[in-house]
Design a protein around this ligand. Sequence first.
Ligand code: 2HG
Ligand code: ZN
Length: 457
Amino acid sequence: MGDDLIERLRAAVGPQHLLVDPDLRAPYETDWTGRWSGRARAVVRPADAHQLADVLRICLAAGAPAIAQGGNTGLVGGGVPRGGGSEVVVSLARLDGIGPVDGSSGDVVVGAGATLARVQEAARAAGWDVGVDLAARDSATIGGMVATNAGGVHVLRYGGMVEQVIGLEAVTMAGEVLGRVPALRKDNSGYHWPALLAGSEGTLAVVTRIHLKLVPHLPDRVVALLGLPDLDALLAVAGRLRRGLPSLRALEVMFADGVTLTHEYNRLPLPLPGPPPVVLLVEVADAAGTRSRLFDALGALVADDPDVLATAVADDELGARRLWRTREDHTEAINAAGIPHKLDVTLPTANLAPFADEVRALVTSLAPAARLVLFGHVGDGNLHVNLLGLVPDDDSVDHAVLDLVARLGGSISAEHGIGVAKRADLPLTRTGAEIATMRAIKAALDPTGRLNPGVIF
Ligand code: 2HG
Ligand code: ZN
C-alpha cells in the first residue's frame, strides 16, 4: 500500500474530493463526543454509487480498510478510523439527492448522504413526514440512520428506521450493487436487503440510496412535561396515556439531575419547578385542526391523576419546541460537561425501574466520583446511560452496567449500535451461535474483512 492507492483514489473522485491534508481530514477522524478518534490514510468523497464502487474496489485491491461515514453523529465509534493511519474514510456526504415525493403512495427516494432535516423539509412540503425523528436531524444522514437502524423519538408510533425502508441500494467491498431503488412495497423474492443491512453498521455493504416510506405530516401537536415522584409512577401514567391517547407520538423520560444539568447548559428557565424527581415528556400529534381536541384529551387524562406532581403544557409550535429542548438538549449538555461514556440500553418494561435504581447504586459503588445521567425513550423501554468523570480508556464501569442490563433481560444496544464501544460486550446478550452466524454473513459479503473492520465483533 503506497502512494499508488492515493493516486488511484484521486483519479476516481477528482482531486478536490480526496482529502489527505491532516486539517482537512480532522473533522472526519473524531466522533461527535470526542471519545473515538483515529488517523485516516485519506478521506474520499465519491459523487455517486459508481464512484463509490470504484473507491471500494481500489481499497480492496490495495488491502486498505474502508469506513463509510454519514453525518458523523454516531455515538459508538463505528464511523471513524481507529487504526494508525491505514483506513480510508469514505464520506457519503455528496450522495445527498432527494427525489420527488410521490404523493399517491407517500414515498421518496433519497441519497444516503441526505440529512434527515432536509428530507423532513421535502416531505413536509408535500404533506408527508419521515417516521423517524431525532435530535441530530441537521447532521445525521438517512444512509447512516439505516446503517445503524436509528430509533429516535417517534418509535412507539412508527417504528425504527428499518420500518421506514421500502428498499435500498448498497455497494459491497467488491463493488457489486445489491438491491434496487425504487423498490416495490411487496417483494418476497428471496433475502430482504433492508432487513440485513439495517443495523449492520457499515460492515456488510455501503448503503447508497434509500426508498423511504413516508407518514402523513401531522402539523398539530401538543407537548407536555409531567413531573412525577418516581419511575414506577411514571410507568403507570405512561400506560394510561398509551391506552387513552390514540394520537400519542412520544413518551420520553428524564430525571431531575439531567434536567438541571441541561438547563444550566441551555440557560432556559426550568419548565417545571424543582425540577421534580422524574419528568415525562408526552407528545400527541394529529391532522390540522385537531390541536384543541388533542389539548383537551391530554388534559383530561392528566388533570386528576394523583401521581402527577406538576405539569407544563404547550399547545403552540414555539412552546412545543421549547419543552422539547429540556429533553433534546441533554446530549449537548452532557458533552459540554466532559467526554461521556455512552451506553444505550433497552429493558423489559417491568425491569426499567429496578434497573434505574440498581444502576445508580452500582455506579456509586464502582466509581463514586462519576456522574450518571439517565434519560431516554421510555415508551420503547430504552434508557440512555451517560457516565461522566470516568477515565476515557477504562471500560470497567461500562461492562458492569451492561452486565446488569443482561441480567435484567435487556439489550446492550437499543438504537445506537455496537460500534467499537460495546463489541466486547456482545456475548452478554447474543449467543455464540448467533455471533458465529453474524461472522459467517460478514465473511460472505466481505471475505477479506476490509469493510469497517473491528465494528460489532
Ligand atoms: C437521544 O435520544 C439520542 O437524544 C442520544 O439517542 C442519546 O446522548 C445520548 O445518550
Ligand atoms: Zn435516543
